[in-house]
Structures are given as C-alpha cells and as structure tokens.
Design a protein around this ligand. Structure first.
Ligand SMILES: [Zn+2]
Length: 389
C-alpha cells in the first residue's frame, strides 16, 4: 500500500470493497483508453500481502496482471475462490462511479455488485479462516472477464489446481451450479444483383435470409423450446443483427444475418451448426437459388456442476450453519466458472449482489450481503479440508 493509503484491517470485507471500488478498473478491451486492472490488482496484492497471504502477480495480458494469493498450509489440498477485478463502462451512470459512497446500507459504484463485492468477500473470508485452515485457499483476482476472460485462461494455462472453485459472481447468496453458454453464428447469403424489374435475373439475398429466419423460428418452437435444463429453462436463439441491400430498385446480392444461440449443458457448437445447416437446407427446398455460408464466430461453453457435487454440498452445509437459506438457482449470464469446469476444477457461482444491477446505470450492493457471504465463505474454508471430498 502507498504511504497515503490507510491500511485496511485484516478480514475487513467492506473496507476492502470500498478501496477497490474507488480504483477505476474499466476493461480496456471494452472501453477505448480505459486504465485496465493494473492499479486495482496492485492494490489488492498489497492488501492481501499485509493480511498474510503469499501473493504473486501473473501478467495475463501485458500490463494487466492477475492476483494469485494463497493462505493456509501449502503442498496439499487446495480450494479456489475466483473473482474478476475488471468492470464495464460507466457511461450513463446516475451516480459517481468510483466514489464507493455508502448510503442506506448500500455501497454505490461501478463494479460494486459485478463483482468487487464478491472479490472483497472472498479475500476477507480466506483471511478470517487463515488460522483454522487445514489446506490452502487460493484467492484469484482475475482480469478481462468482461471481454475475453484472458485472466482465468492464463490461470488455467499456468496449471493451477484446486479441488473445486467458488466464483463469487453476484447471486444474492443463492448457489449457482449451472449457467448457459452461447454460440454466435454468422449467416452470409449471396444473391444476384439485378434491376428491380428483372425478376428473371435477380436473386433476393434478403428474402433468403427471411426464409432461414422462418426455419430458425420453427427450430425454436418445435425443438429448442422442449430441450430443457432443470435450472436453466430451455435452449434458445435470437436474431442479433441483419445487414444487406443496395437500393429500392435493386435485387440485393448480399445479406448478413448474425444469430446468437444460447446453449444448455451438453450442447456443443457442432450440434448448433448441424441444426442451423438443417434449417438452411429446409429453406433451400423452397428457394433453390438460396446460397448461404455459415460461420461460427465465438463460442463460450455452458457450465454445469451436479447438485450432489461436493462443492455444492459443502456450500449448502456452510449456508445452513450460518443460519442462511439454502437455495439453488440457474445463473443467467456466462461466467468464468465454465472455463474452470472445462479445466477439471468443479466451479459454481455464489456471491453477494444482484446480477440484475450488473452493467446497469445504477449499481450498488447491500453491505449486509457482503458480510453474510464473507461469513459463509469463512465457514466453507474452515470446513472444506476437514472432510475427504
Ligand atoms: Zn461479473
């Protein structure tokens, strides 16, 4: 910590939360010229070192370091707490984004719910549990979750291991063992330009896109609506953007349709591409001139940990022991839990704050929720190593 910075008492979640909200860590891949995570990662590293953690900074992206902080006996069992330290843009916010103002039991600011509240709670919990730990808690503050998740990807590349992970994204103390993934598919239609009077020559690329949209709607209604997950509802797709056309009196020679497909655990990009290809083939039966190329643009995998997994069971027990309700829910947004899961570290979401306030023009977190999550995670850290998992 710099000389000007008052020290934050060990295990003080709210003090740490206010300190890190005050540091602008807007993701520079989302917001041109934004400062990125360097300052907040250094602050977090300094505080955690002063709290007794073994701390390293890991350059996930040049100038954008992850914080990896370990506490408890090393060389044996380990449990990970993971949270991102980047935040999204502040344009249009109705209050000062980096003041961390406290009002009516809430802390206001960009990132308070998504997810510096969770980061502060997990750090404070590991610190409070330190003297009772029979294994190692690895606290990871990661960069770039809001864009390409380069932080958690770097963690995984470095070979980090843990028996399980809690990603402290905002769930209002509900356990989130699963979330959907997504695939972005671009459909590029080629028609034939011709004067608007020359139906004998023209091929209408926009009409062809319309025919495929109709088939995709049928796919949604007849197939995806019925493909459900206990916590996540059904699989879905929607049109994202469409461009094409040259003028009133010209047959459009090109149309590009971008579609997002939200995937359930078990669905892969290959499945999605097959279903889209089949939809295009059906449209082509009606429009033989239809010419379309499908390109998968970006895929993020779904995440699913079973409700009887040790990490879900242990967190449920910790909640109950702290007098909290145990509630299991599907998480609406994509998170880094999917990457950890895919790397063989069962990861679930659990944290303070409301995902509904993430990225909103008014963002705050209930102080009481931060404290409650800190207590539950402290209990989890203490109890995790007492049983074989
Ligand atoms: Zn988040």
């Amino acid at each position: 910590m710099t000389a000007l910075e008052p020290s934050i008492p060990r295990g003080d979640a709210v003090g740490l939360l206010r300190a890190i909200v005050r540091v602008d860590s807007r993701n520079p891949s989302l917001v041109a010229g934004a400062p990125g995570e360097q300052a907040v990662s250094h602050l977090l590293a300094d505080v955690l070192a002063s709290w007794g953690f073994r701390v390293e900074l890991q350059e996930a992206v040049p100038g954008r370091p992850n914080v990896i902080a370990r506490i408890g006996p090393s060389g044996g069992r380990a449990l990970m707490f993971n949270g991102h330290v980047d935040v999204v843009d502040v344009a249009g916010m109705v209050h000062a984004p980096f003041d961390a103002e406290v009002r009516d039991g809430r802390i206001y600011g960009r990132g308070s719910s998504d997810m510096k509240g969770g980061v502060a709670a997990m750090c404070a919990a590991a610190a409070r549990a330190a003297d009772q730990l029979e294994g190692e808690i690895i606290v990871t503050g990661v960069v770039d979750e809001e864009f390409a998740s380069e932080g958690t990807k770097a963690l995984i590349r470095s070979g980090i291991r843990a028996e399980a992970a809690i990603v402290t994204e905002p769930t209002q103390l509900r356990i989130g063992p699963a979330h959907r993934g997504f695939s972005w598919i671009e459909l590029s239609f080629r028609g034939r330009a011709a004067h608007g009077s020359r139906y004998d020559l023209g091929a209408d690329a926009i009409a062809h896109a319309g025919a495929v949209l109709h088939e995709l709607e049928t796919l949604q209604r007849d197939v995806l609506d019925r493909r459900t997950h206990l916590l996540l509802g059904h699989a879905s797709l929607h049109a994202s953007t469409i461009t094409g056309g040259a003028g009133w009196s010209t047959y459009p020679d090109r149309c590009v349709l971008q579609v997002e497909r939200r995937t359930l655990p078990g669905e892969t990009t290959a499945n999605v591409m097959e279903e889209f290809s089949a939809a295009c083939a059906r449209a082509k039966e009606r429009f033989p001139a239809l010419d379309v190329q499908l390109t998968p643009m970006l895929t993020q995998e779904p995440s699913d940990v079973s409700a009887d997994a040790p990490v879900v069971q242990a967190l449920s027990a910790a909640l109950a022991a702290e007098g909290e309700a145990v509630s299991i829910t599907g998480v609406s947004a994509w998170t880094d839990a999917a990457l950890l899961n895919a790397a063989g570290i069962p990861a679930i979401c659990f944290g303070p704050g409301d995902m509904g306030l993430a990225h909103a023009d008014e963002e705050y977190i209930e102080v009481a929720e931060v404290e409650r999550v800190t207590r539950v995670l402290t209990r989890l850290a203490c109890d995790w190593f007492r049983e074989a998992r």
